[in-house]
Every structure is written in structure tokens, then in C-alpha cells.
Design a protein around this ligand. Structure first.
Ligand SMILES: Nc1ncnc2c1ncn2[C@@H]1O[C@H](COP(=O)(O)OP(=O)(O)O)[C@@H](O)[C@H]1O
Ligand SMILES: [Mg+2]
Length: 215
């Protein structure tokens, strides 16, 4: 039986990494075997590419270069980690995945959506997430939450206008694919955010066990 793939999306400081820890507890208490991972990254080579992408540098980073680095990391991540885990029947949980490419390299950097669609078809193919939770917060709240971070990466350092496009981009992804992409109001308290996540996870578990029973 193939596993299930859930991605966590949202801007900087929306609470993705915090949510992942909560999801891990939920998976353990539900006795579901899982693999936690993140993008860009997830394998040693992909984590090296992550460093290349996120390290602040003097040299301007060309948009096409950034896009191809993200997809290069993703190709390795899928081949070496995600696909094998799904084939073993695990639930795979990724801190960011393909929607981040549409939002950052597409919407925020004006990347060509046709190119993104073609790369997605080529690199991701059948390994699209079964469900995606978008943690949505106003940009100012997200920025406030990460202000204490010691190391702001190259994307953290982008302008408020850039981060606004990121937020809008994720909301558009949810509008375009409402069955897969669910919005979590992440401006609320930790408890209220966790409650929404738990509701979504219970619904997914239920839907997926029903569809297996019927197959
Ligand atoms: N619902 C919340 N309310 C207040 N602070 C939060 C909430 N969720 C996360 N945080 C805090 O905000 C910061 C950023 O959260 P994090 O999970 O690292 O975001 P992301 O991974 O999306 O950038 C962390 O210090 C975290 O403890
Ligand atoms: Mg994070």
C-alpha cells in the first residue's frame, strides 16, 4: 500500500516547523509510521544545495539559477527519500514542497508558470502531495515571529512586498486546488493552530482509510 504525502507551506514565521513537531506527536499517538523531511533539503546532497540557495551572498542570484537549484534539490529528494518512503507505506511530511516553488520562484519572482508546470511534471510527476496545509499569517506577524532569529537567510531578508506576494501566492494555491490545499489560520494562539491541524489530520486519516476500505 502506497503511503500518504502531506506538505506544510506558508511564509517565514508562519509556524511550519512548530506545526511539524505537533504533527509528529499526532502521528505517534495514532501509530502511523512516518518520515519527516524538508525542502529545500532532505538528503545530504539536497541539504548542500539548500545552503547554496539560502546563503546570503554579494553576487546577485539569477532567478532561473534559483529555480533550477530548487528543482535539482527536489529531484534528489524525491528519488532518494520521498518515493522510497511512500513505497514502504509511510506517511511523508515535508516542511515545504512544490507549492513553495510556485509561490517564491513563480509568484514572488515572476517566474514563468508554464516552465514551473513542465518542471513539476518532469521532476515531481506522480509524487505530488496528497494534502497540503498552508499556515496563513499576515506578513507583519510572520516577520515579528522571526525577528529574533539569529541567522536570517537570503529569502528571510527579502522585502515586505516580496513576503506579501508569498502570502497571496499561497492563498491562490488554495483557491486553485481546494481539495488538496487547506488553509490554517496561523495568526491564532499555538493551541488554536494545533486544534485546526488536528481537525485536518483526523479528516485526512478518515478519508484515506475509507478509500482503502473501498478499493
Ligand atoms: N501560533 C503561534 N503563536 C505565536 N508564536 C508562534 C506560533 N507558531 C509559531 N510561533 C513562534 O514563531 C516562530 C516561528 O515559528 P516557526 O515554526 O519556526 O515558523 P516557520 O517554520 O514557518 O518559519 C517560533 O519562535 C515559534 O515558536
Ligand atoms: Mg521553519
Amino acid at each position: 500500500m502506497k503511503g500518504k504525502f502531506i506538505s506544510l507551506e506558508g511564509g517565514e514565521g508562519s509556524g511550519k516547523t512548530t506545526a511539524i513537531a505537533y504533527i509528529q506527536q499526532w502521528l505517534e499517538s495514532n501509530n502511523i509510521a512516518y518520515l519527516m523531511t524538508r525542502e529545500p533539503g532532505g538528503t545530504p546532497l539536497s541539504e548542500q544545495i539548500r545552503e547554496l540557495i539560502l546563503t546570503p551572498r554579494k553576487e546577485p542570484v539569477n532567478n532561473t539559477t534559483e529555480l533550477l537549484l530548487v528543482f535539482a534539490a527536489r529531484a534528489q529528494h524525491i528519488a532518494e527519500k520521498i518515493q522510497p518512503a511512500l513505497n514502504q507505506g509511510l506517511w511523508v511530511i515535508s516542511d515545504r514542497f512544490i507549492d513553495s516553488s510556485y509561490v517564491y520562484q513563480g509568484k514572488a519572482r515572476n517566474g514563468d508558470i508554464q516552465v514551473l508546470n513542465q518542471l513539476t511534471q518532469w521532476v515531481v510527476g506522480e509524487n505530488k502531495p496528497d494534502a497540503t496545509l498552508v499556515l496563513d499569517v499576515p506578513v507583519e506577524i510572520g516577520q515579528q515571529r522571526v525577528i529574533e532569529r539569529q541567522h536570517q537567510d537570503r529569502l528571510d531578508k527579502e522585502s515586505t512586498a516580496f513576503h506579501q506576494k508569498v502570502r497571496d501566492g499561497f492563498l491562490e494555491r488554495a483557491d486553485a486546488e481546494p481539495n488538496r490545499v487547506k488553509i490554517i489560520d496561523a495568526s491564532l494562539s499555538l493551541e488554536a493552530v494545533q486544534q485546526q491541524i488536528e481537525t485536518q489530520l483526523n479528516a485526512l486519516k478518515h478519508a484515506w482509510s475509507d478509500s482503502e476500505g473501498g478499493a
